[in-house]
Design a binder for this molecule. Structure first.
Ligand code: ADP
Length: 408
């Protein structure tokens, strides 16, 4: 359908148990709507917000009912969008795809050949990539002929130096793709763009961005380019996360296999779902819950989280040959005054003069004017980054509009 509708970009982030979406005007502009269907397959819930961030829709299906996977969720989402925003015409769909492998260092229009190449990367990210691709598949069926753009979490890091790309394994493993890819690239790219807008993007400017959410990593950025990341081959490495272990001695894995007789599935479950803040505290994966708890184990889990951030901060400052700014972002970075305080308080020796009042007020700049290193708290927006790339990629193509209609 074409006509007088309002052209828009739909962004999708399909995961194992959730489908996140945003709707942006095709021209520049902030999101018209956004939200997610979560707890798919257990007790699904659909929450949407309007352009001003107010809750505009909530639906709960209850245990064992409602959408079971991202495909079902997409059908529910499209039916709701069509009903709620009948004037919208989707010009293009932008997808978050966790892994672009060695080849995809930039967003790409997904055709059959690209899709097969992305499918071949599934073994590198078995917990994420199949769900991301299921989202693309469902969207291609729902919007035939509409451009589908894949935007990668790995792409921002592809130009990082060899020493950060490699493990000291025999070289053939590197050639086969056993490399340090790094993730959260869409968030880092967004923050790098924001810093550039703020005039903090000289070729020599050295910044460490800490993306702290359920998934957490840090990135060393020089002149807007990734120089290194705490995440490596998988999204397990580096900082401890909500339920993921972060850095671990590979000898522990050998011990688990040899001495405890654990197989790949058990180990995967342990490292991805039972470790991190949840495993250490025995209480919760959620930072808010841990901060509110008096239990010593909650404090110890937070202490370890902060310790690892500080340790990586020191390492990254060394990688960058000095430091001009630190940025906290992600759910924890943007909201936890305590984590920002505890990390920054440990860096007076490096020249950080932390501004407690600005931190308490959740200001963007949370260091004093005299601080040798500026410390920021900035909101990230991966969806806006996806919409930006999608808009750029399709704007030179002839428009291919599709009415919002549910699949099937
Ligand atoms: P994801 O990686 O799933 O996108 P988010 O970026 O949404 O995760 O971050 C979720 C984390 O942010 C949770 O640990 C949550 O407790 C934490 N968080 C959110 N708000 C606050 C807050 N006000 N104080 C401390 N932690 C918070």
């Amino acid at each position: 359908m074409t006509g007088a509708g309002q052209p828009a970009i739909l962004t999708l982030n399909a995961g194992s148990s959730s489908l996140k979406f945003s709707l942006f005007p095709f021209g520049n502009g902030t999101a018209i709507a956004g939200g997610q269907l979560e707890s798919l397959g257990t007790a699904p819930r659909f929450v949407a917000k309007n352009g001003t961030g107010e809750k505009s829709h909530e639906e709960n299906w209850g245990e064992g009912r409602g959408p079971k996977h991202a495909g079902d969720a997409l059908a529910v989402l499209l039916a709701w969008l069509k009903k709620t925003y009948p004037e919208i015409e989707v010009e293009a769909v932008g997808h978050r795809v966790v892994h672009g492998g060695i080849d995809f260092a930039a967003p790409v229009l997904v055709d059959d050949i690209v899709f097969e190449k992305l499918k071949a990367l599934e073994p590198l990210a078995p917990l994420h990539q199949p769900h991301n691709l299921a989202g693309i598949e469902g969207s291609r069926a729902a919007f035939p002929g509409t451009p589908q753009i894949a935007c990668f979490d790995t792409a921002f890091h592809r130009k990082h130096p060899f020493v950060n790309d490699v493990f000291a394994l025999p070289r053939s493993y590197f050639e086969d793709g056993v490399r340090r890819y790094g993730f959260h690239g869409l968030s880092y790219e967004f923050i790098a763009g924001k810093l550039a807008d703020m005039g903090i993007a000289e070729p020599e400017t050295r910044v460490i961005v800490a993306h702290l959410g359920n998934g957490a990593s840090m990135c060393a950025i020089k002149g807007g380019q990734s120089m290194g990341s705490t995440m490596g081959f998988s999204a397990l490495d580096g900082l401890p996360m909500g339920t993921r272990c972060g850095q671990i001695d590979p000898g522990v894995l050998l011990y688990l296999m040899d001495q405890r007789g654990m197989g790949p599935k058990e180990i995967t479950n342990l490292l991805y779902k039972e470790s991190g803040l949840l495993g250490l505290s025995g209480i919760s994966h959620d930072m808010r819950t841990l901060e509110a708890s008096d239990a010593p184990a909650a404090k110890e889990a937070i202490d370890y989280f902060v310790f690892r951030i500080k340790r990586e901060m020191g390492a990254m400052a060394a990688v960058l040959g000095g430091l001009d700014a630190i940025v906290f972002t992600g759910g924890i970075g943007e909201n936890s005054r305590r984590i920002r305080h505890e990390v920054s308080a440990g860096f007076q020796w490096l020249g950080i003069a932390f501004d407690e009042t600005a931190n308490a007020a959740n200001n963007d700049l949370i260091s004093t004017p005299g601080s040798k290193i500026a410390v920021y708290r900035l909101s990230t927006d991966e969806e806006a980054m996806i919409a930006h790339h999608t808009r750029n990629l399709v704007s030179n193509e002839p428009p291919k509009k599709a009415a919002l209609k549910p699949h099937g």
